[in-house]
Ligand binder design. Structure first.
Ligand SMILES: NC(=O)c1ccc[n+]([C@@H]2O[C@H](COP(=O)([O-])OP(=O)(O)OC[C@H]3O[C@@H](n4cnc5c(N)ncnc54)[C@H](OP(=O)(O)O)[C@@H]3O)[C@@H](O)[C@H]2O)c1
Length: 257
């Protein structure tokens, strides 16, 4: 394990539950300090931070709401405060994992402008401006991982707005790779398929018929676990992935191939 002074620091949005929780724990197991964010579930966020600290690294949980674009600067100030305090005077981070997100089946005909603004803020505008500001305080040699969705390759009826926002971020990620590569900063997108979390009101978790359909079309013949995704994030944030940038990796166990 690296010393307090040399350990890398990762910021994981939406790290209090679901895929983000496993990402935070996977990064900690790989020896990184972790700042995770929650939106509404503070107790869960603090509990995950405790679990991360139990692995021998530093951790903090901060509130962060992707729908409140004007508050991103305030969040960055609070992040800097945590780094200077609980993280022993650190000034910068090494990795940003843009994981937080929402999902809901919304047929195109029923979409409203409010739906558009909410999804565009959470999955595109908020992610873009958080990334811009995080890059200003990122060490050279760091990286960004954007969690997108396999559903921007194949179509799941009702998820057009969601998938279009994820697709936009995949394009943005390549531009981050291009503009920041000279600093050794890498940018990649990881696109999971369905995982049985709270996502979209537990759409997969609560629907055995949907689970059967997913398993039947998955080459590896099972449903994904959060750790199938968290482990890959940890790999993308490791030195072993140092030559990988501007890429979209799809993590579905071979769904619909
Ligand atoms: N699960 C899947 O099937 C699946 C498939 C493909 C892609 N993904 C993507 O994977 C990511 C994580 O999904 P998940 O399955 O872990 O979902 P989840 O279990 O529903 O967790 C969502 C996370 O996002 C946070 N969040 C929600 N709204 C937010 C907002 N306005 N601002 C900031 N944070 C917010 C939540 O915080 P609180 O708990 O505090 O509200 C929570 O930590 C998402 O980007 C999702 O699009 C998921």
């Amino acid at each position: 394990m690296a010393s307090d002074e040399t350990r890398k620091i990762a910021l994981v949005t939406g790290g209090n539950r679901g895929l983000g929780k496993d990402m935070a724990l996977s990064l900690a197991k790989a020896g990184m300090d972790v700042v995770l964010t929650f939106n509404s579930n503070q107790a869960e966020g603090e509990a995950v931070a405790d679990e991360v600290r139990g692995l021998g690294v530093r951790a903090a949980a901060l509130r962060f709401d992707l729908t409140d674009i004007a508050a991103i600067d305030g969040f960055i100030d609070r992040l800097k405060g945590v780094l200077e305090g609980a993280f022993g005077g650190a000034q910068r981070i090494d990795f940003l994992v843009n994981n937080a997100g929402i999902g809901k089946a919304m047929p195109i005909d029923q979409l409203t402008e409010t739906d558009f603004d909410t999804f565009a803020n959470v999955h595109f505008k908020g992610v873009l401006f958080l990334t811009q500001k995080a890059l200003r305080m990122m060490n050279d040699g760091g990286g960004v991982v954007f969690i997108t969705a396999a559903a921007d390759r194949y179509c799941v009826p009702g998820y057009g707005l969601y998938a279009a926002c994820k697709g936009a971020i995949e394009v943005f990620s390549r531009y981050v790779a291009k503009e920041y590569g000279a600093r050794g900063i890498r940018s990649n997108t990881l696109a999971p398929g369905g995982v049985a979390t709270d996502f979209a009101g537990g759409a997969i978790r609560n629907n055995p018929m949907l689970q059967e359909m997913v398993v039947a079309q998955t080459a590896m013949g099972r449903l994904a676990e959060p750790h199938d995704i968290g482990g890959l994030v940890s790999l993308l944030c490791s030195d072993d992935a140092r030559w990988l940038t501007g890429q979209r990796l799809e993590a579905t166990g071979g769904f619909n191939i």
